[in-house]
Design a binder for this molecule. Structure first.
Ligand code: ADP
Ligand code: NI
Length: 217
């Protein structure tokens, strides 16, 4: 790679891989690696944003997700800070990465005063790409299985998600998650490359849903 690549990015990646060794299948090291690669790809086309910050945010964004820690929203940023401090990341960079991590999740998209930056847009698009398409389908059903949710229930309709609370406390069937969130992501992409890559994945999900309902009805 010709880009500036501080050696501690690779050290931090190794550290993250160890920490996530028993993570849920949709939020494991390979999710992080895909987001990291997606982010590098988007950055290459955008030609904007600090690549060091982008990579650290991609690597650390799911290090301790609140949904696997009883809703504790402090544990992710705290863990990310600890790791960056151990690897001698400068304080100004740590602050920036933490702000990105705090504002990346879908939960945060309901916040009234959303934080924005080029780096956030790139890493969030990279993460959203991994929530859609074939990999998105696999991750959604794995998460639903992990939470012991039904695949499909003809008596429970998708709900309108209008707040962080309604998003977090929703326990509906996994198929509903496509209508509640995943199908909306294509139009929420911020970067040009992200938008482009989202189209094919979005269409694949639409085809999947069509076939799914053909089979279950
Ligand atoms: P959150 O949406 O909780 O802020 P993420 O954006 O990281 O966090 O969500 C990541 C992924 O977790 C989703 O793309 C999806 O694969 C899975 N997921 C989250 N909530 C659900 C759900 N209710 N049903 C199925 N999958 C889910
Ligand atoms: Ni993620």
């Amino acid at each position: 790679m010709s880009m500036r690549m501080p050696t501690n990015v690779v050290d931090i990646a190794k550290n993250v891989k160890e920490i996530l060794s028993d993570a849920e299948g949709g939020h494991d090291w390979y999710h992080i690696e895909r987001v990291w690669k997606n982010a590098l790809n988007i950055h290459r086309h955008e030609k904007k944003g600090d690549l060091y910050i982008i990579q650290l945010a991609a690597l650390l964004h799911d290090i301790a997700d609140a949904k696997f820690h009883d809703g504790d929203e402090a544990i992710g940023p705290e863990t990310a800070r600890k790791i960056m401090t151990q690897h001698q990341v400068p304080e100004t960079v740590i602050e920036e990465v933490i702000r990105i991590i705090e504002n990346m999740s879908y939960r945060s998209s309901f916040s009234e005063l959303p934080y924005t930056s080029v780096e956030l847009d790139i890493v969030r698009d990279a993460d959203r790409l991994d929530a859609i398409g074939a990999i998105g389908i696999a991750r959604a059903f794995n998460y639903g299985g992990f939470k012991n949710r039904p695949l499909f229930d003809p008596n429970i309709d998708p709900v309108e998600i209008i707040s962080k609370e309604s998003y977090v406390k929703n326990t509906g069937p996994t198929i509903n998650h496509f209508y509640e969130k995943l199908l909306k992501l294509k139009d929420m992409m911020k970067t040009q490359k992200g938008k482009e890559l989202a189209i094919e994945r979005h269409e694949f999900m639409c085809g999947f849903l069509e076939q799914f309902y053909k089979e279950v009805r």
